[in-house]
Design a protein around this ligand. Structure first.
Ligand SMILES: [Zn+2]
Ligand SMILES: [Zn+2]
Length: 283
C-alpha cells in the first residue's frame, strides 16, 4: 500500500476523545499513513500536540504557533522563549500554523500581520520551516512577506493559479486538502454513472467548465515536487463523506485526486509527496 504523510491535522481537538483518537491513529496506520503532523493554533493546542507527539514517537510530529484567529493571544517575550525551549528539546518540527485570515477576520488585521511577521522571523532565526494559513489575504501576503526569505508551505491552498506560481517561484510549497474534491463533484458523479474511473471521466473536457477548471489550472501549474497533501482534520472530509468527521486516513483521497489530475501513477505521486514532506519537515 502506498505510504502518505498527512502534513496538517489537528488531533488535539475535542472532536477526538482519547478512545476516538486511538481508533483514528490505528485507522491511519492501517491506511498507509506513515506520519502525521499535528498542528498547533495557540499555546494550549501546540502543547497538546507536543504531548501527543511524545506519546506517539516518530509517528505524530507537532508544530508550535499562533493562528491568525489567535493572534491576540501571542505574548512577547513569553512565547518566543517557549518556542526556543521547545525547539531545543526537539519537541516541534515547524512553526505554525501562522498567517493571515481576512475571510473570517477574527483578529484585527494589524495584529495578524505583526504576529505573523514576528513568528516568521522566529522561524528564520531557528532555521525552522513554517506552516502558513492564508485566506483572502494573498495580496497582502505577497506585499509584505514577499521580500523575506523563509521556508514555508501554504496549507489548504485557496488562492488562484497565478499566486501559486508566484509562491513556487519564490521557493514555497503548496499543500492541498480534500476541499479540491468539492468542485470536482460533476466529474466524480459522471464517473459513477458511466461506471468508469475518475481518471477516465477527467478526459471528458465538457465537464471542466467553471470550478473544476480552476482546480485543474492550479494543480497542473504547481510542480508535483512542490505539492504536499493534508486533511486539516477534523474539518474538510472528502467529497463522498462531506460533513462527517475527517481523519488522517482520508488523506489518500487528496493524493488520488492530485495524481489523477496530474496524470501520475498514484504510487509514484505518494512516494514523491512523502519524500517532499519528510525533507521539508526534517522527519
Ligand atoms: Zn489553516
Ligand atoms: Zn489547520
Amino acid at each position: 500500500m502506498p505510504e502518505l504523510i498527512d502534513t496538517h491535522a489537528h488531533l488535539d481537538g475535542p472532536e477526538y476523545g482519547a478512545e476516538k483518537l486511538a481508533a483514528v491513529i490505528e485507522n491511519a496506520r492501517n491506511s498507509g499513513v506513515k506520519k502525521i503532523i499535528s498542528v498547533g493554533c495557540n499555546e494550549s493546542t501546540s502543547l497538546k500536540n507536543i504531548e501527543l507527539s511524545r506519546a506517539n514517537k516518530n509517528y505524530i510530529f507537532a508544530t508550535y504557533g499562533f493562528h491568525p484567529h489567535n493572534a491576540e493571544e501571542f505574548d512577547e517575550p513569553r512565547h518566543s522563549r517557549q518556542l526556543e525551549e521547545l525547539v531545543k528539546s526537539s519537541a516541534v518540527v515547524a512553526v505554525g500554523e501562522i498567517g493571515l485570515d481576512y475571510y473570517r477576520d477574527l483578529s484585527p488585521r494589524d495584529i495578524q500581520k505583526k504576529v505573523f511577521l514576528r513568528q516568521l522571523s522566529m522561524a528564520r532565526e531557528l532555521g525552522f520551516p513554517t506552516v502558513i494559513h492564508i485566506r483572502d489575504a494573498f495580496e497582502d501576503f505577497k506585499s509584505f512577506a514577499g521580500n523575506i526569505d523563509f521556508k514555508g508551505v501554504i496549507h489548504c491552498y485557496s488562492g488562484d493559479a497565478d499566486f501559486a506560481e508566484w509562491a513556487v517561484e519564490r521557493g514555497l510549497y503548496i499543500s492541498f486538502t480534500a476541499s479540491i474534491t468539492y468542485p470536482l463533484k460533476n466529474i466524480y458523479r459522471a464517473a459513477e454513472k458511466r461506471k468508469i474511473s475518475f481518471r477516465e471521466a477527467l478526459d471528458d473536457k465538457s465537464l471542466h467548465d467553471g470550478p473544476p477548471g480552476q482546480v485543474f489550472d492550479i494543480i497542473s501549474r504547481v510542480p508535483a515536487e512542490r505539492i504536499m497533501v493534508e486533511t486539516d482534520c477534523p474539518y474538510l472530509a472528502p467529497h463522498h463523506m462531506r460533513g462527517r468527521l475527517n481523519e488522517p486516513a482520508n488523506v489518500s483521497a487528496v493524493a488520488s485526486a492530485i495524481a489523477d489530475i496530474k496524470n501520475i501513477e498514484y504510487g509514484s505521486f505518494c512516494s514523491l509527496s512523502t519524500a517532499t514532506a519528510e525533507n521539508f519537515f526534517g522527519i
